[in-house]
Design a binder for this molecule. Sequence first.
Ligand SMILES: Nc1nc2c(ncn2[C@@H]2O[C@H](COP(=O)(O)OP(=O)(O)OP(=O)(O)O)[C@@H](O)[C@H]2O)c(=O)[nH]1
Length: 200
Amino acid sequence: MKGPKHKLERIAESRLPTPFAEFRIAIYRSADGKEHVVVALGELSGEPPLIRIHSECLTGDALFSLRCDCGAQLQSALKRIAEEGRGAVLYLRQEGRGIGLGNKIRAYELQDRGADTVEANHQLGFPDDAREYSLAVELLRELGLCRIRLMTNNPRKLDALVRDGVEIVARVAIESGRNPYNEKYLDAKAAKLGHLLGSE
Ligand SMILES: Nc1nc2c(ncn2[C@@H]2O[C@H](COP(=O)(O)OP(=O)(O)OP(=O)(O)O)[C@@H](O)[C@H]2O)c(=O)[nH]1
């Protein structure tokens, strides 16, 4: 893997009982002050573990929003890891594909008026996806992981990690929880952001 770009400070670790399993939670602070989260289960060394690299979505992950697929994906990742008995969710604080919560809700206003998720970002002057994954690479390094099975439908995420030297031995499709409120969003992600939907 390429050399470190983010300096991560390990802040604390504790037990995290959930309806799925009793995980370990560890917090890492990046130089910009953001606190990123690793939720892990079992022994991660050895055979490539199942990993979910999840971007923060307050509305979907914590407030049950049906506008996106984030909450469904987070739950399904934790459940799947619990079933396997090992793996980790890396929860990155890059809300709204990197534009932040306030701007994401601005983008929702535009989507309420007919724009799709990509058009809304552009109308606000942002790229379609402002995230980058070097932080995830650094977290994987902290965990001693360079070979993983990655739960994702996002080819940009796969490419970015592979470019930075992470060996992805398998892509594991993750369900999107399609519903009447997120249909247009999912269709725009597939058509414009290249998400591999339908192969779930
Ligand atoms: N700007 C913007 N961000 C959104 C919108 N809906 C969800 N998000 C954010 O999108 C991010 C999740 O991105 P996705 O592309 O769904 O998921 P991903 O993790 O890249 O891809 P998968 O691994 O396949 O799930 C989270 O940060 C959400 O807050 C939206 O309409 N506009």
